[in-house]
Design a protein around this ligand. Structure first.
Ligand code: NAD
Length: 291
């Protein structure tokens, strides 16, 4: 029923492609000027098929814009100590501007210990407590990629975020929490909902901006959305037929929202793009070219 659809689509794929083209120009100029390309080390432990796909996509996105990627694919039984040793080498390696450990890691490895071992200046995922703390203290350094990408999408709407009622669904360290800090920094009034929230619908119903990141397919019903709201759907779920869908019921929500991100083609392409942007930012910082 396309005729009923009112919302404008926040096209993450198109925005990502514009940003990547600017980044590619930056990388070409900087590589020429400094005689080396930015470098991203990508570490993958184990053989989780989804993680392999993510890592392949990240490496190919790097290649497209001229970032060198250094791949470290380790067997599932790799010890935490061995992984920490590799991170320590990469922390010292002057060719490496960014270090990414693909999550989840196998159960015998503590992800927090791993994240905290990465030099915060090379933490291009923006997961290190130092970088989260910088964002909390209103002096962001390397920003978490998914929330950073959501902020770029919100910028596309042209809406002034000051004083807007923003409701985030999900409070994880990698999405919900840094998203709340980003929106607070932008002057919005922020509510964070999570699994213990009572009456999620009432929170959503008063939101000018909804960011859905609960990881629950179709949790946010279209009829809950305030007419004219902006809806950013971070959730990704694969359906039995292989297609992807989000945390928001798109068909109904798009009849009420003013703007909405599709899944796929919304937040997903922006996350990888911000990883590239962070790698370039960290390269510039390492070269003393941060201006
Ligand atoms: P997570 O499981 O770590 O956190 C989920 C959060 O949602 C928790 O804070 C939990 O309390 C809350 N929650 C769960 N059920 C809820 C409910 N019924 N009502 C309200 N809150 C509820 O997940 P995550 O790593 O933050 O990822 C969330 C989703 O975003 C997943 O679908 C993931 O695949 C997706 N994701 C997408 C991208 C992207 O690039 N598009 C990046 C990261 C994560």
């Amino acid at each position: 029923m396309r005729g009923l659809m009112k919302a404008q689509i926040l096209d993450g794929k198109a925005l990502a492609s514009r940003l990547r083209s600017t980044l590619a120009d930056d990388v070409t100029a900087l590589t020429e000027k400094h005689g080396r390309a930015p470098g991203l080390a990508v570490i993958l432990v184990g053989d989780d098929p989804a993680s392999h796909v993510y890592v392949r996509n990240k490496k190919s996105a790097c290649k497209q814009i001229g970032i060198r990627s250094f791949s470290h694919e380790l067997p599932a039984e790799t010890s935490q100590q061995h992984l920490l040793g590799l991170i320590s080498e990469l922390n010292q390696d002057p060719k490496v501007d960014g270090i990414l450990v693909q999550l989840p890691v196998p159960e015998h490895i503590n992800p927090e210990t791993i994240i905290e071992a990465i030099d915060p200046g090379k933490d291009v995922d923006g997961f290190h407590p130092y970088n989260l703390g910088r964002l909390a203290a209103r002096k962001p350094a390397l920003r978490s990629c998914t929330p950073y990408g959501c902020m770029k999408l919100l910028e596309e709407t042209g809406e002034d975020l000051h004083g807007k009622e923003c409701v985030i669904v999900g409070a994880s360290n990698i999405v919900g929490r840094p998203m709340a800090l980003e929106l607070l920094l932008a002057g919005a009034t922020v509510t964070v909902c999570h699994r213990f929230t009572r009456d999620l619908q009432a929170h959503i119903a008063r939101a000018d901006i909804v960011v859905a990141a609960a990881g629950r397919q179709g949790l946010i019903r279209g009829e809950w959305i305030k007419p004219g709201a902006i809806v950013i759907d971070v959730g990704i779920h694969r359906l039995p037929d292989g297609s992807l869908t989000g945390d928001v019921d798109f068909a109904t929500a798009s009849r009420r929202a003013a703007w909405i991100t599709p899944v796929p083609g919304g937040v997903g392409p922006m996350t990888i793009t911000m990883l590239l942007a962070n790698t370039v930012q960290s390269f510039k910082t390492h070269l003393g070219d941060a201006a």
